[in-house]
Design a protein. Structure first.
Lengths: 291, 341
């Protein structure tokens, strides 16, 4: 029974990982940028949701109305004003450093403004849980999963069914060819960045519902997320989603025999195994090795 | 006969070394001296980082891992195996070198982004292990490393370790200089400029990268181990910190990764600034903000570092002939060459 409970929790966690990894994949796809600050923005969004709830008493989910557009604009601005200024020859390395600097900046400012104290959102339904075939699942975790799943579905539809999605996928596949086909790849890349950061806003709000947050929490997220996108094959959204589900599930199952800390190592084991045996990733992703 | 510029360079180096060695005499109090030890240790670390970052262009954000391994290796060998302090330091560095071989083989197979991801992951995984395995490493309670010279008073302890760090720095700089002028260094720099071309011209790129990587890890471990002997108290959160790795990258980039003294210069600037922030703002997170801003500024505005930026300015102001459009005729140039030679 406990195992079944772990499976449920693993799937719920995997959903959140999948959404966030999809964001990371978008940045990598459009710009070949590994965005270290992704999880820092995640924590920033969680803090904004928590702060919004504390100040107004309204459900933190409502903060999405503000954070999603804000993060989208921030993402576009970041790509247009910062990332695109870097030299093309050293873009990959330097963008890692630049986004790392942004992560430090966010962590430092969060620590300065909100102090290092651990924060938790207290909601009327925080303690409620549902009975699901004998497994007890907290309502907040279900909401978080629902949010992640809806966002991921929306992203999928946007990428597959809209003209913009077509342009974005073309930019990811082959930048020059997309330009020849008349796509303004710079603008598309900017929007891709905005979308990626918007996933961090949604993920952060979901995170704020049931997790204790503190400024340096983002380091616990960036490692697993980067492992997921490497295992999934850098640049492949479905690959990232599958890897996220599998690794989230494995982590959740290993928590029973090994404990929380050791279970986290599964991400790094998977990362090193991928690099040793299949550096291009296990699910799709032709891009990985060269970038 | 050595030229004027090389004489000038030599005298600057000698003057810098003399200034560094006389720093303990100039330091007004033991606190400043201990800050000097910290800055010297940063100089060792960023110079060690530059064996990989500068020569091959592979930017590792995870060199904090080798600092931690060197420090914990030294401490654990003293405590668990009863080795004398400096034997433990050397053995620990040798162990880290051995460990760096498989890590290098795994991570140098991939370039760019994947390499950085692996280097960060390594720090995160080691932090998890050293925190969780409390029975062996002391976990979050820390590990107290016995002092190598129990009889020394604290200021003298700082003094001895300042010179030890300077000696290690000198060895690291000398090794970098020798590699820089060797065929091996030429191969490494070819990898930095264009790895595929270097490989097709017959450079054994993988072996070269691995060798540079192991050398870098070893020097970093020596720096970490020496720090453990000096500071005497290890905590996984500080030893296996992404920040340490970020500081090394920042220092090296700020000074200029293509220059022998670039990382040292960066360490002087960033290290002193960090110590100043520690005093002024204590436990607030402002040092993170400052580090982030500085790193972003360096990456955006002078990715080649201070040394090339300054020499550009110098050339523009004092040596206008170095511009690309020649104002002198070929004959004039030739006569100038004769005068100079």
């Amino acid at each position: 029974m406990l195992t079944f409970q772990s499976v449920i929790l693993g799937v719920l966690l995997g959903g959140l990982y999948a959404l966030l990894a999809a964001g990371l994949t978008l940045y990598f796809g459009v710009m070949r940028v590994v965005m270290i600050a992704h999880s820092a923005f995640l924590i920033l969004a969680a803090y904004l949701a928590w702060y919004f709830h504390r100040e107004t008493g309204i459900d933190p989910l409502v903060s999405l109305v503000g954070t999603v557009p804000l993060f989208f604009v921030l993402g576009v601005a970041m790509q247009r004003l910062l990332i695109s200024r870097l030299r093309a020859a050293t873009l990959t390395m330097m963008s890692v450093l630049l986004t790392f600097a942004i992560a430090l900046l966010i962590e430092g400012l969060l620590g300065y403004v909100f102090s290092g104290t651990q924060r938790r959102t207290q909601l009327s339904y925080s303690g409620t849980s549902l009975d699901f075939f004998g497994a007890r699942v907290a309502v907040v975790k279900l909401i978080a999963f629902g949010l992640a799943a809806a966002a991921l579905l929306g992203l999928y539809v946007l990428l597959k069914a809209s003209r913009f999605g077509l342009a974005l996928r073309a930019t990811i596949q082959h930048r020059e060819a997309a330009q020849l086909a008349g796509i303004d790849t710079n603008r598309v890349a900017g929007y891709g960045f905005g979308l990626g950061l918007a996933t961090a806003a949604i993920g952060g709000t979901a995170l704020a519902l049931d997790t204790t947050i503190y400024p340096s929490l983002h380091w616990h997220w960036i490692g697993p997320l980067m492992a997921i996108i490497v295992v999934g094959g850098l640049g492949s959204v479905p690959g990232a989603a599958i890897a996220a589900m599998l690794l989230g599930l494995t982590q959740s199952l290993l928590q029973l025999p090994l404990g929380t800390t050791w279970a986290q190592t599964v991400f790094y084991v998977a990362l090193f195994a991928t690099l040793a045996f299949r550096p291009q990733g296990f699910f799709g992703g032709r891009l990985a090795q060269r970038f | 006969m050595p030229s004027v510029s090389s004489l000038l360079r030599l005298s600057v180096v000698v003057a810098g070394a003399a200034l560094a060695l006389s720093f303990p005499m100039l330091a007004p109090n033991p606190y400043i001296l201990s800050a000097g030890v910290v800055v010297a240790s940063y100089a060792v670390l960023s110079t060690s980082w530059n064996f990989v970052g500068g020569f091959t262009g592979y930017i590792s954000l995870g060199h904090g891992a080798y600092v931690g391994l060197g420090a914990y290796g030294t401490g654990l060998l003293i405590i668990k195996a009863g080795l004398p302090s400096f034997a433990a330091l050397l053995l620990s560095a040798a162990l880290v070198a051995a460990l760096a071989v498989p890590i290098g083989i795994a991570s140098l197979r991939v370039r760019g982004a994947s390499f950085v991801i692996v280097s960060i992951s390594l720090v995160l995984i080691l932090l998890l292990i050293f925190q969780s395995w409390a029975s062996f490493t002391g976990g979050s309670n820390g590990l107290v490393v016995p002092r190598p010279f129990p009889g020394l008073r604290r200021p003298d302890h700082h003094l001895v370790f300042f010179y030890l760090f300077c000696a290690l720095l000198a060895v690291a700089l000398l090794s970098w200089w020798v590699i820089d002028r060797s065929r091996f260094g030429m191969g490494l720099k070819a990898i930095r400029e264009d790895e595929d071309k270097a490989q097709s011209l017959g450079t054994p790129t993988f072996a070269f990268k691995l060798l540079a990587f192991v050398a870098s890890a070893t020097f970093t471990a020596l720096g970490g181990g020496l720090y453990a002997l000096w500071f005497g108290d290890l905590d996984p959160v500080f030893q296996f910190s992404i920040l340490t790795g970020a500081y090394m990258v920042l220092m090296a980039l700020l000074g200029g990764v293509r220059h022998l003294f670039g990382p040292l210069l960066g360490a002087l600037v960033v290290g002193s600034a960090l110590e100043y922030f520690k005093v002024e703002y204590g436990s607030t997170q402002l040092h993170l903000v400052a580090t982030g801003l500085l790193l972003a500024a360096v990456v955006l505005f002078m990715p080649d570092g201070v040394i090339p930026a300054l020499s550009d300015v110098y050339n523009r102001l004092f040596r206008p002939r170095a511009t690309s459009i020649r104002e002198a005729t070929a004959a004039e140039l030739r006569s100038q060459e004769e005068v100079r030679g």
